[in-house]
Design a protein around this ligand. Structure first.
Ligand code: DOR
Ligand code: ZN
Length: 374
């Protein structure tokens, strides 16, 4: 007789950080999220042009939250319980726009991008801009969440990534503590944490300061990226060291964790490596709960034990919606410990390589992951 594989029924979950892009990309990407049990998504605003205004009628050559949300809905997202689109904090952002958007019920959160710090971050302004121009004060006053890509920008290469420091550590050591002191009621999500320094900062911060963690930062280290230069693992902030991965794993698997939650940062690129660089972003759509489950097991969580399954549920299903004030869905989906073969995602003439497949030396070889959705 064969053993029944471990099977976990979970409430549908919210991916509270993902990229759905534009045009013909949107529908297949949303489909992948629905296939992995998502009840809702937070769709990042680094489109072209970025989601830098609220209503179509607002001035400026930006995409609006109104428009982008309706496109996401009509391209397959209409069955989701929730689509949150943060406002991109551009160089032109004003406190008046924030206050009005919040009053009209169209603005839940806004995203800080370090200028030129990552894909689509060209229109971000330095963090201090929003301290000085009243944008953070307006957000704090209106209860608008600040989603932070926490990396110091415009650093010399020696400080950007060095043996003793890096852009994220500098940001969480020197920049964010000052924001928290100046705006004590500002709700903050540290997005896609990668370091022990950032993890410790979030753990010690007040309850309204929380963080998302991606599958890749729980699974891999910089060694995995560099050994054979697996550029599908190139994302920003960069994957870090074993000590950092340990701190992230300890935070998400702590039985009392109520601050760290799932935000995949699934970021599809149709061309990853170019002649002079590499696009940042890992695609984990359709398989993220499977990868999170794998990472929890690697962190020592026994997912066959019902009590330990609760720790996984807190991270995947409860902490995020609790923070954003979203309902926990009554609908469920089921994860099973049974190998699943994964395939590239074809969109028109383009191919998107999901992360674990991109870690192989030959992406044409079959690739399996230890968990599947049934
Ligand atoms: O790796 C990343 N990819 N980091 C980001 O901050 C943006 C994202 C993307 O949009 O591709
Ligand atoms: Zn992102």
């Amino acid at each position: 007789m064969t053993d029944t594989p471990i099977t976990i029924e979970l409430p549908k979950w919210y991916d509270l950080h993902a990229h759905f892009r534009q045009d013909e990309m949107i529908a297949p990407l949303i489909k992948g999220h629905i296939a992995m049990g998502c009840a809702g998504i937070l769709a990042m605003p680094n489109t072209k042009p970025p989601v830098g205004k609220i209503f179509k009628s607002d001035p400026g050559n930006y995409t609006s939250i109104e428009h982008y949300s309706s496109v996401l809905r009509s391209d397959g997202g209409d069955t989701l319980k929730e689509i949150i689109v943060p406002l991109y904090l551009t160089t032109e952002m004003t406190p008046a726009l924030i206050t009005r958007g919040a009053e009209m019920g169209m603005l839940k959160c806004a995203k800080y991008y370090p200028p030129h710090g990552t894909t689509g971050a060209e229109l971000g302004a330095p963090l201090e801009t929003y301290v000085e121009n009243g944008v953070f004060a307006a957000m704090e006053g209106a209860g608008v969440v600040l989603n932070i890509h926490g990396e110091e920008h415009a650093l010399p290469a020696e400080q950007y990534f060095d043996r003793t420091t890096n852009a994220e550590e500098l940001f969480y050591r020197e920049r964010l503590p000052r924001i928290v002191d100046q705006f004590p009621n500002l709700k903050i999500v540290g997005e896609h944490l990668t370091t022990k320094i950032a993890t410790d900062f979030i753990s010690a911060a007040p309850d309204h300061i929380v963080a998302t963690v991606t599958p890749q930062h729980l699974l891999y280290t910089i060694g995995h990226l560099l050994q054979g230069f697996k550029y599908h693992l190139y994302c920003l902030p960069l994957i870090k060291f074993e000590e950092d991965r340990e701190a992230l794993r300890a935070a998400v698997t702590h039985p009392g964790n109520d601050k760290f939650f799932a935000g995949t940062d699934s970021a599809p690129h149709t061309t990853k490596a170019t002649e002079c660089g590499c696009a940042a972003g890992c695609y984990t759509g359709a398989i993220a709960p499977q990868l999170y489950a794998q990472s929890f097991e690697l962190a020592g969580v026994d997912l066959s034990d019902e009590n330990e399954q609760e720790i996984f549920k807190n991270f995947l299903c409860f902490n995020g919606p609790d923070f954003y004030g979203l309902d926990i869905p009554t609908e469920t989906f089921t994860l099973q410990k049974f190998p699943q073969e994964i395939e590239p995602l074809k969109i028109g003439k383009n191919t998107i390589v999901p992360l674990p497949l991109g870690m192989q030396s030959d992406t044409n070889e079959p690739c399996t992951i230890p968990w599947r959705i049934v």
